[in-house]
Ligand binder design. Structure first.
Ligand SMILES: Cc1cc2nc3c(=O)[nH]c(=O)nc-3n(C[C@H](O)[C@H](O)[C@H](O)COP(=O)(O)OP(=O)(O)OC[C@H]3O[C@@H](n4cnc5c(N)ncnc54)[C@H](O)[C@@H]3O)c2cc1C
Ligand SMILES: Cc1cc2nc3c(=O)[nH]c(=O)nc-3n(C[C@H](O)[C@H](O)[C@H](O)COP(=O)(O)O)c2cc1C
Length: 777
């Protein structure tokens, strides 16, 4: 095939080289700059990326390897302290050197390189070179992407920080993150040495601080001098270096996050259909803090060349190869872009973590993308993780007013004291409706179900949503807690937990609102009852499932007064029933949640409108419950921190809502999301709601429970250690295995976790088998 590649950056050059090498194509690269012009300084790769390059083209990989500066450590400079961790395995190379190597190899392979030629019209280029395929590798501001936006469907978002890509002669023996607080806000620098004489030095700052510092009005030399003064201590007498900029232009840019739905556009050229394929930054960007943009660009090229390896021409094989390429590549790109987004957001919000001590701040930084976990870090640098665990444990035991044990304690097994409740570790059995009560009364099923989980090692077992009146139930199988019979039935459960286990037991009080009067989950979730439906109330008149659910009427002030009184009655009953912890259910579209979300609250009185108005009734209920609940017992509030619907609650709103509950005396926010509207578009993944907990905990300054796809010890350890949450609630894994916490303790080799004494023989056998499997004697 004849192939034209627009752009001679890493993506374009590498794709050209690999395709030309196949011996069946003639590739031309058209690059607007001269061969020796380049933006930027050094870039980094991980060791793993290098292995992939070696597999694709050994000569360029070994030339890159020879030019690399390699290092293992990451240093985090924060509040006058330096925290070092090792084993990270990175290489740095000058961008110019990388391009020289790729240009040289491309020429050797027979690629035609045309420099100093701006491609203004890809269709004219395709005609000029009689191309069968156009590769658009024209970078982050791709003109071709904009031209065929209707096909590629790009989303381009200019992010919140300003940054400048500088160099310096200051050597660094580690990948170095520098944080400096100024009167305008936090500034940070990402610095690493990439050759014998030069280091990359990227300065990044939120837009507001950038403007407050006057950097928007400063010329490039003054801006450079500002950065030199700011980081003078770490620059140690070395100068910062900058590339020339056009007259009147700023040194600073904002990072555009680029995501494209499609990467292949077909157009008619040379009398036949010719695909225009976008790769590299043109198709998807990854924030520089994750050091993966060049990696993504090179790997796009590797996969594209691989997909085209057997295509000699012809429409059908080419279409099939390009479809296969995008299908295979999209998953990896989405995964990396998601990690890059987490990382980018971390650096955009350094202020959020600034109250942390240097040790935890550095750990939070290292695990920011949620791809690098506690155990990954332990593999990289066991001494660093051991020292950090000891640091964390010393603080946790002191805060809980307990003597620290001699051995190491994984973060998820640290104790926590909340008011008069002492949690032996950080694991909660998340509330899970079982729909197995009879006329609101719990029975043997609940005793066995909750009792088994209380024996399973979690610190706190939260009973399912328990309803404050019969008409507050989701289904006829939901339990209630307002009369003597229900209280006595619950007492049987809490007595067992207290008498036979060392767990605490909590109750989640709720009112189903518009989601009430439905069938048990297994008989048709959210479907109205066949017979005997009861009337529903919600913040405003609404129907949860359009055309299916019963229509709830808007709660009148009298309804609200009755419901508030019901919550108080239930709270008193919960104390009488012996519960240690109370959670107010303000999530998932149930009654209190329906007041909070603008999707479900269209009231025009004092209980609607603004966020404060919408939170008014839930806060009134909270205040009444708090007043009726003993002062030494904690209350958590479960929120949907994201409705996942345009116009609904956002994580920004959730921080404000959390502040309101904190001011009202809540001890914790249980950070769930969704289930408010059937239009929701949630994005699932490991620990997918932990970022909401992170924001609420570190911005609103209230303790949190993280929940959602936390399914192994590594997740819980990472979340607690990074200060993303104080507790981790685990739901489905606890349905599958009541002793999930005990099993995870054994699996990670933590021996100090107490087991029920009756189960000691099982424990010995399990630990022995697991040790054998791990290969430890
Ligand atoms: C501050 C910063 C630090 C970074 N650090 C790292 C890092 O450490 N590790 C890492 O992996 N990545 C890093 N990156 C990302 C990396 O630079 C890019 O992801 C990578 O360069 C993408 O390669 P590309 O070939 O797709 O695009 P580019 O490198 O942008 O190349 C596009 C080329 O197309 C040319 N071009 C554009 N339009 C036309 C036209 N109309 N006609 C002809 N030519 C045209 C341009 O001149 C350019 O040479 C960093 C980026 C920034 C901004
Ligand atoms: C069977 C089942 C019932 C649930 N019932 C409740 C409930 O009563 N109250 C509540 O707040 N969340 C409820 N949830 C949500 C869980 O508490 C939890 O937030 C969710 O399952 C995500 O956690 P996981 O990924 O560990 O399962 C329920 C989940 C399941 C699977």
């Amino acid at each position: 095939m004849k192939i034209v590649c627009v752009g001679g950056g890493p993506a374009g050059l590498y794709a050209a080289l690999l395709l030309q090498q196949q011996g069946r194509h003639q590739v031309t690269v058209v690059e607007r700059q001269r061969a020796d012009d380049t933006v930027g300084w050094g870039v980094v790769f991980s060791d793993r990326t290098l292995d992939r390059l070696a597999g694709a083209d050994a000569p360029s990989a070994s030339a890159i390897l020879a030019a690399f500066n390699h290092w293992d450590d990451i240093d985090v400079h924060f509040k006058g302290r330096v925290v070092r961790s090792g084993g990270h395995g990175f290489c740095g190379i000058g961008r110019q050197r990388l391009l020289q190597i790729l240009q040289q190899r491309a020429i050797e392979a027979g690629v035609a390189l045309v420099f100093g030629a701006e491609a203004l019209d890809d269709q004219a280029l395709a005609a000029q070179y009689d191309a069968d395929l156009v590769i658009a590798a024209d970078g982050i501001n791709s003109r071709i992407r904009a031209r065929y936006a209707a096909t590629y469907l790009p989303a381009v978002e200019q992010r919140a920080c300003r940054f400048v890509w500088l160099g310096t002669t200051r050597p660094f023996d580690a990948f170095t993150f520098l944080f400096e607080e100024t009167e305008y806000g936090w500034f940070q620098a990402h610095a690493y040495q990439y050759d014998g004489a030069t280091s990359t030095f990227i300065v990044e700052v939120p837009q507001a601080a950038w403007e407050a510092a006057g950097l928007d009005r400063m010329d490039p030399d003054d801006a450079l001098a500002f950065c030199e003064r700011l980081f003078a201590r770490q620059l140690d007498g070395h100068r910062l270096l900058r590339k020339p900029v056009a007259a009147g232009a700023s040194l600073w840019t904002r990072f555009p996050r680029v995501v494209c739905r499609n990467w292949v556009h077909w157009q008619q050229a040379n009398g036949r259909p010719v695909p225009v394929v976008i790769i590299g930054d043109a198709a998807h960007s990854a924030h520089f803090s994750i050091g993966s943009g060049t990696k993504l660009a090179l790997e796009d090229a590797i996969e594209l060349a691989h997909a085209l390896a057997t295509v000699a021409g012809g429409l059908d094989p080419l279409t099939a190869a390009l479809d296969a390429w995008q299908g295979a590549r999209a998953v990896e790109v989405a995964r990396l872009q998601s990690a890059a987004k987490n990382s980018m957001e971390w650096f955009e919000n350094v202020q959020r973590y600034s109250a942390m001590e240097a040790e935890q701040f550095a750990y939070s930084l290292l695990t920011r993308s949620q791809r690098l976990s506690h155990e990954n870090l332990r593999l990289r640098d066991p001494a660093y993780v051991a020292a950090f665990e000891a640091w964390l444990a010393a603080r946790a035991f002191a805060a809980a007013d307990l003597p620290a044990p001699p051995g190491p304690v994984p973060p998820m097994f640290l104790p926590l004291r909340v008011r008069g409740a002492l949690l032996k570790n950080r694991i909660v059995v998340s509330p899970m409706a079982q729909y197995s009560a009879v006329d609101g009364v719990v029975g043997d099923y609940h005793l066995v179900h909750l009792g088994a989980r209380a024996m399973g090692g979690a610190a706190l077992v939260m009973a399912e949503m328990t309803c404050v009146s019969l008409d507050a139930r989701i289904t006829p199988g939901c339990p209630c807690l307002f009369d003597a019979e229900q209280t006595a039935a619950w007492r049987r459960v809490t007595d067992f937990v207290h008498g036979s286990t060392d767990a605490l037991v909590g109750v989640q009080l709720g009112h189903a609102g518009a989601k009430g009067s439905t069938r048990r989950a297994w008989d048709g979730i959210d479907q109205p009852l066949a017979l005997g439906n009861w009337p529903l109330v919600a913040a405003s008149a609404q129907q949860y499932l359009a055309g299916v659910s019963q229509v709830a009427r808007a709660a009148s002030l009298d309804d609200m007064a009755r419901i508030l009184a019901d919550f108080v009655t239930a709270t008193r009953a919960a104390h009488a029933a012996g519960f240690d912890w109370l959670e107010l259910h303000c999530a998932h579209g149930y009654l209190l949640s329906s007041f909070i979300s603008p999707l479900t609250n269209q009231r025009t009185d004092d209980y609607g409108g603004t966020l404060a108005g919408r939170c008014r009734f839930p806060l009134e209920v909270f205040a009444a419950v708090r007043a009726a609940w003993p002062a030494d017992k904690p209350i958590s509030v479960r929120l949907s921190a994201h409705d996942w619907v345009d116009g609904g609650i956002t994580p920004d709103d959730a921080v404000q809502i959390a502040r309101l509950f904190k001011d009202a005396g809540a001890d914790m926010i249980d950070c769930s999301s969704g289930q408010v509207s059937k239009l929701e578009q949630p994005v699932y993944g490991r620990m997918y709601q932990a970022p909401f907990s992170d924001r609420i905990r570190n911005e609103a300054g209230i303790a949190t429970i993280a929940v959602g796809a936390i399914y192994d010890a590594d997740h819980a350890n990472s979340i607690v250690a990074a200060g993303r949450a104080d507790l981790c609630a685990v739901a489905r894994p606890h349905l599958a295995n009541p002793a999930w916490t005990l099993m995870e303790a054994a699996r990670i080799g933590y021996r100090a976790q107490p087991w029920p004494v009756q189960y000691a023989p099982a424990r010995m056998q399990l630990e022995r088998e697991l040790e054998r499997a791990r290969g430890t004697p």
